[in-house]
Structures are given as structure tokens and as C-alpha cells.
Design a binder for this molecule. Structure first.
Ligand SMILES: [Zn+2]
Length: 153
């Protein structure tokens, strides 16, 4: 359990590293900071369900800001992982965060075996090698024609 960052306080950390009592004190002393903070919090919650990259795009914030918000809200049990989905990046999974408390979904997606990618890569490589060969052949044919016509290559 994380405790309040206020020296000597043993209260459970709830918001901004402070316990409820100290956060309340701080909130009254810093009204503008809290408006911004609560606003951001509301925006994060409104953006859900979302993955970290989606949240980043919606909030137009950095990767670490989005990750920190998700981490913080998960610690507060304000959100949880609803499901997992494949990311656009090869072989990666991303958590889809949803609002409300709950048990985090377990990722049951099977990674695509690397051999499948290797096969794809090989196919592409063969394709480009074939193209290179055809191009080379076309050029040499052309040179033969030009030679026959008496044009120097
Ligand atoms: Zn405290």
C-alpha cells in the first residue's frame, strides 16, 4: 500500500500521492491546479474504452502522460482492463481500458508465430528477387537490340 507523501502521515495515498485528508487540504490551497487535474481526469474517463495509444491521440498528450493516467486510475480502481486486442505493431497486444472497477481481463490472444512472419518475409524477398531478375533481363535484351541496331550501350 502506498502511503500519503505528507511527512508523518500514514494515511493511504489516494490522489496525487496524498491521503484523502491531505489531498483535500491541498485542493483548497490550489484550486486552479485541481480544476486542470480534474478536467484531465474527466477527459481520460470520457475517452474510455481506449488503449494507451488511443488515449494519447484523444488527449493529444505524451505517451508517458497517457500511461501515468491509466496507471493512476487503475490503482484507484476507477478503471480496469476490459479486454486485449492486437496492436497494429506486429506481435504486440494492447490493453483496452474501460471505466469502472473490475477484474483486469487476462490476455488470451495467441502470439502469431514468428515463423509465419519469416514465411511472409521470404515470399516478399523472392518476389523482389524475381523482379530484379526480370529487370536485369529486360535491360540486357534492350542492350542486345541496341547493339543490333548499332547503338552503343
Ligand atoms: Zn495524509
Amino acid at each position: 500500500m502506498k502511503v500519503c507523501k505528507e511527512p508523518g502521515c500514514e494515511g493511504k495515498s489516494r490522489s496525487r500521492g496524498m491521503c484523502g485528508k491531505h489531498y483535500e487540504k491541498w485542493r483548497i490551497a490550489n484550486p486552479n491546479a485541481v480544476i486542470k487535474h480534474d478536467d484531465m481526469r474527466g477527459q481520460v474517463l470520457a475517452a474510455l474504452p481506449a488503449t494507451r495509444p488511443q488515449l494519447q491521440a484523444v488527449l493529444n498528450c505524451s505517451r508517458s502522460t497517457a500511461a501515468e493516467w491509466l496507471k493512476k486510475l487503475r490503482e484507484e480502481e476507477a478503471i480496469h482492463i476490459g479486454r486485449w486486442q492486437r496492436s497494429e505493431t506486429v506481435g504486440m497486444f494492447v490493453a483496452v481500458h474501460v471505466a469502472g472497477p473490475g477484474k483486469d481481463a487476462v490476455c488470451r490472444l495467441k502470439p502469431i508465430p514468428s515463423s509465419a512472419y519469416a514465411g511472409k518475409y521470404r515470399q516478399q524477398k523472392n518476389k523482389s528477387e524475381r523482379l530484379r531478375y526480370l529487370l536485369k533481363r529486360a535491360v540486357s535484351k534492350q542492350n542486345t537490340w541496341l547493339g543490333a541496331l548499332g547503338v552503343p550501350p
